[in-house]
Unconditional design. Structure first.
Length: 312
């Protein structure tokens, strides 16, 4: 099976299982609600009895948001203008590639989110591998439970690999090598191009590691493997044997994600307004989240389709 055919089949498998998309959206929402309520409480305490409360009720007050973020600590410090519209996407991408540390509460929520994904992944891949029109809740739950502890072991290996990438390689590239390279550079454009090249190299390495671990999950489910080390070795053998197809389907999935980001950049509201404008902004934001999650599921679905179309 060629990469395009696997990608197209992956799109079909995701579209044929809307309940899976709804489930991962619900999991994402449940994780984010406690953080939202915590920030809401900080905002209420700050605005209570102040003149800024009236202005905030009429729409987004950027000056107040900046003042609030500058004096806030912990989770509340993330409530700033960069969370509005498409700026939030850029802020998250920038923090990711620059390895910016987030507040402890967000890190803890991210840990819970990863654990939820770890639990759901077995059921998701099993659903896409079976490619049935319907899957009973009991079957999906059993698949989630059957692979959960296996994937926990795999996530430990994943954390170790990402720790090396972000804790060692990223620090060496951007904290040691890059400053020495731009030390004598006088043109800002040259420094930017060098940093962009470093970003590209780092992202490619990150994608390569992600590809190996993704196919390890696919092989663990499709072949019911118990050893995650063996699954990783099998993943590497498959990618090495069908490198063009594996990389091709990964690139098509990444391009799909880029299309979703581009579409959101055009329709994302800039912030501000009241009433129906706020609800429109909320619905657009939720549509983007559903699209982003669908693409994440597409990675699993298309990689599963590719593997099933060409075993080693």
């Amino acid at each position: 099976m060629h990469s395009f055919h696997a990608w197209r089949d992956g799109v079909r498998r995701v579209a044929s299982a809307p309940a899976v998309v709804a489930l991962v959206w619900l999991a994402t929402t449940l994780v984010s609600v406690p953080l939202t309520l915590a920030i809401r409480g900080d905002i209420e305490r700050t605005l209570h009895g102040s003149l800024a409360a009236t202005a905030a009720a009429r729409g987004v007050n950027y000056e107040w948001m900046q003042e609030f973020a500058s004096s806030a600590t912990g989770l509340a410090s993330t409530f700033r203008p960069t969370i509005l519209g498409f700026a939030a996407v850029l802020d998250n991408l920038s923090a990711f590639v620059d390895n910016v540390q987030r507040p402890t509460a967000i890190a803890a929520a991210a840990g819970v989110y990863v654990l939820l994904w770890t639990f759901l992944t077995g059921g998701v891949i099993d659903r896409y591998a079976s490619d049935r029109r319907t899957t009973r809740v009991g079957e999906f739950s059993r698949a989630c439970g059957r692979y959960f502890f296996r994937f926990v072991r795999l996530e430990i290996a994943t954390a170790f690999a990402y720790g090396l990438l972000f804790g060692v390689l990223h620090r060496w590239m951007f904290g040691s090598v890059y400053p020495r390279l731009v030390e004598g550079v006088t043109f800002e454009r040259t420094a930017f191009l060098i940093r962009a090249a470093f970003y590209l190299v780092f992202v490619v390495l990150l994608a390569a590691v992600n590809l190996v671990f993704d196919f390890a999950k696919v092989r663990a489910v499709v072949e019911d493997r118990r050893s995650m080390l063996v699954a990783l070795a099998a993943s590497w053998r498959f990618i090495r044997r069908r490198a063009a197809a594996a990389i091709g389907v990964y690139l098509l999935d990444a391009i799909t994600f880029a299309i979703v980001l581009t579409a959101y950049s055009y329709v994302a509201p800039p912030g501000g307004g009241t009433g129906i404008t706020v609800w429109a902004a909320f619905l657009i934001g939720q549509a983007y989240i559903v699209g982003r999650l669908s693409v994440r599921l597409l990675f699993f679905a298309s990689e599963t389709a590719l593997f099933q179309g060409g075993h080693d």
